[in-house]
Design a protein around this ligand. Structure first.
Ligand code: BGP
Length: 475
């Protein structure tokens, strides 16, 4: 007997990508360097996250995965055709900021960069795939870091707005869904990747991180205003990396720790969706000697330009207790083991019910439509002798998460859609390597950029198409 249809006809189904992780062509057609173009692969990547200053120039002895990635820049027609074969109704892409403004502060945009995305959107339209655009996905132009100290400087708001306005004017008639900053809250964990911040040991990191966050939040609100003025009907979303934090025990101290650690993320949703700084931050700022540059105009802009929807990535839940404080300055508690939850090859907890929990938590809090714009399993895939890739583990992961999503919809959550992370294999943001694969489509390229680049369908390819075609009845 066939199962119920779980997802309505207008529900958007597809995949999500970020320019620097799949485009390649890092210096083609006038593109400038972005921060990710100086992030090497391998062990140096971790070192860089701790000591970014040492790595701000490209070195011959290191490998930079964003430079070639999977060369979508030359393969976009083939790749989009494969997404169309899976019957995607949406594809989340990012515009690579330094393709449009090579230095970030240029007076005029780079026409060749704009044309590349014209062509990508043409191709998506050909197959009736709705483009969903992230304006800034870990791709701050490097020159903005070197010349201005990146988002610690208020000037970045104007550079970002010039860039956003260029995109709205060029693509606004063709793109309805926008996101201002990918995983904006990740700046508390990875200040360089998420904000281009180069912080030395002496700096007050919490001060710098929250000042930069404030400028990003104001930039996001101003971009929302501009989008609404220029493109009636277009929608702006904030984008959070969302992992709910469970308390390890029912001990009140552990419950309080979970509440506080959840607020590290929710702060960004609260400002975006409610339009003001939550009162719980006052004590936090006081205790960390944070004094922010916030003007009356900033407060007004935040208040009057809240987001239209809340999008988020979901990979895992975390568990905390009161005993284990985080070593990171802008975080509260460190994750501890959860005995009820298995882990992926990369040690990421696998918790489908956590997604239903997250959807309910965010919808209860904000009462705005939600959009799951990343979810997936990074795994090592083996190519069998017959060329097949039998990724049942990926199918199981996605199946269980989609069942949880369907439950959340029954719970009453308003959800716009679901895009899996990395529908085609691409460079991992965390490791900078290819072997952490998420795709339905395998790409023959290894950690050092070798391989034929041939694309082939994994077992999950037909499975996902079946889910889309049946609106979830095959789950
Ligand atoms: C999110 C990012 C993506 C993506 C994903 C998976 O944090 O928005 O860019 O890479 O995580 O992470 P990873 O590539 O480290 O497995």
């Amino acid at each position: 007997m066939a199962n119920d249809v779980l997802f309505p006809e207008q529900f958007l189904f597809g995949g999500a990508l970020a320019g620097n992780q799949y485009e390649g062509g890092y210096d083609r057609d006038g593109k400038g360097l972005s921060i990710v173009d100086v992030e090497p692969a391998g062990p140096e990547r971790n070192d860089m996250l701790q000591h970014p200053k040492k790595y701000l120039t490209i070195r011959d002895d290191l490998y930079y995965p964003s430079h070639k990635a999977i060369e979508f820049y030359d393969h976009y027609k083939e790749d989009i055709k494969l997404f169309a074969d899976m019957h995607f109704s949406a594809l989340r892409i990012s515009i690579n900021w330094a393709r449009i403004f090579p230095n970030g502060d240029d007076k005029e945009p780079n026409e060749a960069g704009l044309q590349f995305y014209d062509q990508v959107i043409d191709e998506l339209e050909k197959y009736h795939i709705e483009p969903i655009v992230t304006i800034s996905h870990y791709e701050t132009p490097l020159a903005l870091v070197e010349r201005y100290g990146s988002w610690t400087n208020r000037k970045l708001i104007d550079f970002y707005l010039t860039y956003a306005e260029t995109l709205f004017r060029r693509y606004g008639s063709r793109v309805k869904y926008w996101m201002s900053f990918n995983e904006i809250n990740c700046i508390t964990e990875n200040p360089f990747i998420a904000g281009g911040l180069v912080l030395d040991d002496e700096s007050n990191k919490v001060q710098a991180i929250y000042q930069a966050s404030h400028y990003e939040l104001v930039a996001s609100a101003k971009a929302t205003k501009l989008l609404h003025e220029l493109v009636p009907g277009a929608l702006m979303g904030c984008m959070l990396a969302f992992s709910p934090y469970y308390a390890k025990t029912c001990k009140p101290e552990d419950q309080m720790a979970a509440l506080q650690q959840n607020r590290v993320t929710l702060f960004y949703g609260d400002v975006h969706a409610r339009g003001n700084y939550p009162s719980y931050m006052n004590r936090f700022f006081k205790e960390h000697h944070v004094i922010l540059d916030i003007t009356d105009d900033d407060r007004k802009v935040l208040k009057e330009n809240t987001v239209d929807y809340i999008s988020f990535s979901y990979y895992m839940s975390h568990t905390v207790d009161a005993e284990h404080k985080s070593e990171l300055a802008a975080q509260a508690y460190a994750s501890v083991e959860n005995p009820y939850i298995p882990k992926s090859d990369w040690g990421w907890p696998i918790d489908p019910l956590g997604l239903r929990y997250s959807l309910n938590m965010l919808y209860d809090r904000y009462q705005k439509p939600l959009f799951i714009v990343e979810n997936g399993l990074g795994a090592r895939d083996a190519v069998e002798e017959d060329g097949m890739i039998n990724d049942d583990y990926r199918i199981n992961y996605l199946n269980d998460h989609l069942v949880a999503v369907a439950e959340a919809i029954k719970d009453g959550v308003a959800l716009l859609g679901y895009t899996t992370w990395g529908p085609i294999d691409l460079v991992s943001a965390g490791t900078g390597e290819m072997e952490k694969r998420y795709g339905f489509i395998y790409v023959d390229r290894d950690n050092r950029g070798n391989g034929t680049l041939k694309r082939s369908k994994k077992k999950s390819f037909d499975w996902y198409r079946g889910v889309i075609d049946s609106r979830g009845a095959t789950l």
